[in-house]
Design a protein around this ligand. Structure first.
Ligand code: NAD
Length: 345
């Protein structure tokens, strides 16, 4: 497997990485894996949706020597000077900093644009200026918009449905232009509903999976927006980490200035997901009583069905997802049961 080979090479030939959004769900998982591979890691986060306790948790999971390879700056990518300073001496950037959530962007498009577009352009420009060799960033399946075609193929997108989708699409346009104008090597990863340890279950913009798990564990009601037949390609965090590391290290010149579906390549409805989480938790905790799901209106801006064709990432990057939804869910439930107190701090 290419990923295993690359990890060995990184151990022998460590690099300096910048992970923006490192106090968030995906960012904190990326820094954990990089530090365990003895890489030098620089982290940036403004704590808008990320948490210090995610960084504290990573500290507990790595050795003291590995933790000493990490330096953190609290700062905002919408400030160019911050981006200029933080990118000096960096080899590879994994840009995760952005305001997630379609509904958040509908409520406040200017705020989403500040982080996701202005911030993105700042960090991209500073990276180019300071000689960063590779820039990998989080795009999103939302760029498929109203396209009903399944599975989703990178080259065929529809009309965008939310300000959030616009921001991610603009990222992809900048990536293409920076390659044409400056030969700057960047790769976009279109994440499909990522889930796993350290994903925040709290707040009105929380993603469905951690929100449901937390609600069930706390005896609270669980809601489905719509009829529950909406479907998603739920992608376990380990698959996303793999895609980032492959994109960051690929030597395939065909790979640059393109965006890749980053998914498991499956599809599950919300109704089935609800049952799988409920059954999984009830199996693990005898005493748990879980209420029936409550249906409410569809949410504006949501795509009805989502399922990725992942051939492009497989062929060009050597991506081989290691976890199906079922495998990832089992690991996630275990983590939330053990850690629910920690994440509610
Ligand atoms: P998250 O909210 O847990 O992490 C984002 C992090 O970025 C947070 O720690 C936040 O404080 C930080 N941040 C936001 N704006 C910032 C700014 N202006 N300057 C510095 N830091 C800033 O979300 P996540 O799920 O880990 O998402 C990571 C990336 O992946 C985001 O770009 C998101 O849009 C993208 N994405 C996520 C999913 C998913 O399913 N989780 C799907 C598609 C795309």
């Amino acid at each position: 497997m290419k990923y295993e080979k690359i990890k060995k090479q990184l151990l022998y030939n460590p690099r300096t990485w910048l992970v923006t959004g490192c106090a968030g769900f995906i960012g904190s998982n990326l820094i954990e894996v990089l530090l365990k591979l003895d890489q030098k890691v620089v982290g940036l986060d403004n704590f808008s949706t990320g948490h210090q306790y995610n960084l504290d948790q990573v500290k507990e999971l790595v050795t003291d020597t590995q933790w000493n390879n990490f330096s953190f700056t609290k700062g905002d990518i919408s400030d160019y000077e911050t981006c200029d300073n933080i990118t000096k001496g960096v080899d590879i950037i994994l840009n995760q900093a952005a305001l997630g959530s379609v509904p958040r962007s509908i409520d406040n498009p200017v705020l989403s644009n500040n982080s996701n577009v202005t911030g993105f352009l700042n960090i991209l420009t500073a990276a180019k200026k300071n000689g960063v060799k590779r820039f990998v960033y989080a795009s999103s399946s939302s760029v498929y918009g109203d396209s009903e075609e399944l599975p989703k193929i990178e080259e065929r997108t529809g009309n965008l449905l939310s300000p959030y989708a616009v921001t991610k699409y603009i990222n992809e346009l900048y990536m293409g232009v920076f390659y044409k104008c400056y030969g700057f090597e960047s790769i976009g990863l279109r994440y499909f509903n990522v889930f796993g340890r350290r994903q925040d279950p709290n707040g009105s913009y929380a993603a469905v999976m951690p929100k449901w798990i937390s609600s069930m564990l706390n005896g609270e009601d669980v809601y489905i927006n719509g009829d529950g037949e909406t479907s998603r390609d739920f992608t376990y965090i380990d698959n996303v980490i793999q895609a980032n590391i492959l994109a960051a290290t690929t030597t395939n010149v065909e790979a640059f200035a393109k965006a890749y579906n980053t998914a498991a390549g499956g599809r599950e409805t919300l109704n089935n997901l609800f049952s799988a989480i409920k059954n999984g938790l009830e199996k693990k905790i005898d005493s748990l009583k879980i209420n029936d799901v409550i249906y409410r209106d569809f949410r504006p801006g949501d795509i009805r069905h989502s399922n990725a064709n992942i051939i492009k990432a497989k062929e060009i990057l050597g991506y081989e997802p290691t976890h199906t939804l079922k495998e990832g869910l089992s690991e996630s439930l275990e983590w939330y049961i053990n850690d629910i107190k920690g994440i509610k701090k």
